[in-house]
Design a binder for this molecule. Structure first.
Ligand code: DQA
Length: 146
């Protein structure tokens, strides 16, 4: 069982970026937490971060036939990208949308999510723990269909 965890623009700046909003913990630490969780749950995980929409589309396309589930925090592209939604629909891999902050309590322009239409679940405002919850959902789902 393999899970791909995708992070969009500026999430590589976690720890530096608006610490009052996103916290003081680094992207490297997030990756370490995700890898430790995957190891504890006995699943393979691949981490990918890009600031470029097309690269994120390419990564989703490359996941076709190669991964069982996708955890995606599209960051700002959440609110703008039909291309990411279309890529997820194209590959048809079960996916969960994650946001570190509670986007429902933030600016009006953050209230739209294009990928939400495809994702099985959205986890918003649970901090880094949201990524682990998303992985657990995908693992449970895969165990259920076995
Ligand atoms: C975010 C929320 C987005 O609105 C924002 O553009 C981000 C991060 C989050 O994880 O809370 O970059 O996806």
């Amino acid at each position: 069982m393999k899970i791909l965890v995708i992070n969009g623009p500026n999430l590589n700046m976690l720890g530096i970026r608006e610490p009052d909003v996103y916290g003081k913990t680094s992207y490297g630490q997030l990756c370490a937490d995700i890898e430790a969780h995957a190891a504890a749950r006995g699943v393979e995980v691949e981490l990918y971060q890009s600031n470029h929409e097309g690269d994120l589309v390419d990564k989703i396309q490359q996941a076709y036939g190669a991964v069982d589930g996708i955890v995606i925090n599209p960051a700002a592209y959440t609110h703008t990208s039909v291309a990411l939604l279309d890529a997820l629909k194209a590959v048809g891999i079960p996916a969960v949308e994650v946001h570190i902050t509670d986007v429902s309590r933030r600016e009006a322009f953050r209230q739209v999510s294009y990928v939400r239409e495809y994702c099985e679940m959205t986890i918003s405002g649970h901090g880094f723990a949201g990524y682990m919850e998303a992985m657990d959902h995908l693992i449970q789902r895969m165990e259920d269909v076995r």
